[in-house]
Design a protein around this ligand. Structure first.
Ligand SMILES: [Zn+2]
Length: 479
């Protein structure tokens, strides 16, 4: 009963545009808070919804590797909305949010059915105005290999014109049959996008895609911009200075732009990074909130009260504006070691969704960037450190390793299998790029930072170890 009351409060809040994402925490579908979501993860959910009578679930078609792609149909209103997620297989956040939306609607339906036991019509308000079509995970083959592309290596979102992929054909066929008035084009963007000059990540970026090279605004694009203007206050409150506007350069082969050209009011949602949120749960909750708000706004038509100023005030995405780790104010030694040559910042990124190798991305003035993690190295001097030769078996515990680092060894040389690392800390064996007196772009991720010839911090493959307490700053767990 309590759950039902809180649901009604939450839903009435949505309809008045006041809902908080936290209101929906209880509808977070379990098992989807991870960096990669595959068809196997959603198959049991699809089976559950196939058994519910308040929506229709049909197989839209099959991927290259014959994985099924599903179309969910909810409601019976005249205004049609088509939303699709994970057309890029390695962009799963909105797929999770779509199942959260279904969980909200499922609970809403149960509550409504209890209320209307003796009445025929158990549709909720918006479902009389809107028919909502959802395609969760358009590219299950890409999802299976955690790849942007489909099984043929084709970017489905560059296939809107040529339609060479079954996945692209399915989406276009759905759009042509359904003839939606509104489209939600749901993606993830890399976590290095900042929101304008805010030095903060763009946790959500939005766009009303262009329909021609001139980026003109026709009535359908105007409506998409209004939908974005209408949700800006909610996002500004939820993620201050972390809302971005995606580049609107016309992309003739993309679905968003092509649907815009077809007269569908299309909004692009890009889920982005956030601090200490490797699986993008903040962006996931905000996606859900966006869908609920947009359904309410489309149902009521109230988005038409908004002008474009909100949309236009959203700062542009700042590509590369965020770094994984910035170590600032590092003193570099003079060539003759007689003193300090310069104080510089080092900015690091990690590839492979944060699980790949770390690279030194920039040396110098990193003050224009934001960072997920930052270390102030004022008073600390750079040195590459010495190699500890592996000539016989060596077992490292934490104390022994810290002792070696303190003695000026940053890495090991020789046969890797001679080293048994029980320290719980990263080690570098034969790392490239450690011989130089100064850090080198794209390579130096293993070095020492010292004051008065006392090593304070060791950076090993980009992981920062503080010698004082043997603690590790792992800045690269992000997604
Ligand atoms: Zn994408």
């Amino acid at each position: 009963m309590l759950k039902q009351i809180s649901l009604w409060l939450a839903l009435s809040a949505v309809l008045t545009g006041l809902a908080n994402a936290a209101d929906y925490a209880e509808f977070t579908t379990p098992g989807l808070a991870k960096g990669q979501i595959t068809h196997d993860d959603i198959a049991p959910l699809i089976r559950y919804y196939q058994q519910q009578d308040w929506l229709e679930v049909t197989e839209l078609g099959r991927s290259v590797e014959q994985r099924p792609v599903y179309l969910f149909k909810i409601g019976q209103g005249e205004r049609k909305v088509l939303a699709w997620s994970q057309m890029h297989g390695d962009e799963p956040t909105a797929t999770a949010a779509i199942f959260d939306l279904l969980a909200v609607l499922d609970a809403q339906q149960q509550a409504q059915a209890d209320k209307d036991k003796d009445q025929d019509n158990s549709l909720t308000d918006w479902q009389q105005q809107i028919t909502l079509y959802l395609i969760p995970m358009l590219n299950p083959d890409g999802a299976a290999r955690n790849s942007r592309y489909n099984a043929l290596g084709i970017d489905v979102n560059r296939d809107a014109v040529a339609l060479q992929t079954p996945e692209g054909q399915m989406l276009m066929q759905a759009a042509k049959q359904i003839k939606p008035h509104y489209g939600f084009n749901l993606h993830d963007q890399n976590r290095y996008h900042g929101a304008g000059d805010n030095k903060k990540p763009a946790t959500i970026s939005l766009l009303a895609p262009a329909y021609n090279e001139a980026r003109e605004i026709n009535p359908s694009r105007h409506a998409a911009m209004q939908l974005i203007s209408a949700v800006k206050p909610m996002l500004d409150k939820a993620i201050p200075q972390q809302l971005g506007r995606y580049d609107d350069e016309y992309s003739v082969r993309s679905f968003g732009d092509t649907f815009s050209k077809m007269g569908i009011s299309t909004v692009l949602v890009e889920a982005g990074g956030n601090y200490n949120d490797p699986f993008r749960q903040q962006a996931r909750q905000l996606n859900l909130k966006l869908y609920l708000n947009w359904l309410a706004l489309i149902s009521s038509g109230n988005y038409r009260d908004y002008d474009l100023s909100g949309y236009q005030a959203i700062p542009m995405n700042n590509s590369g504006g965020m770094k994984d780790l910035i170590i600032s104010n590092i003193s570099l030694p003079k060539a003759d070691s007689s003193g300090v040559l310069a104080k510089v910042d080092l900015a690091f990124n990690a590839g492979g969704n944060g699980r790949g190798s770390v690279v030194l991305d920039e040396i110098g003035d990193a003050s224009i960037y934001g960072a997920y993690h930052s270390v102030d190295a004022s008073g600390l001097q750079y040195s590459a450190g010495k190699a500890y030769p592996l000539t016989k078996p060596l077992t490292l515990n934490t104390a022994r390793y810290i002792q070696l680092l303190a003695e000026g060894y940053s890495h090991f040389s020789g046969k890797p299998d001679l080293l048994t690392n029980n320290s719980g800390l990263p080690v570098a064996i034969n790392p490239p790029g450690v011989k130089s007196r100064w850090p080198q772009r794209r390579s130096s991720t293993t070095f020492l930072l010292s004051n008065d010839n006392k090593v304070q911090l060791a950076v090993v493959h980009g992981r920062v170890i503080r010698l004082a307490d043997a603690s590790l700053l792992d800045a690269f767990g992000g997604n």
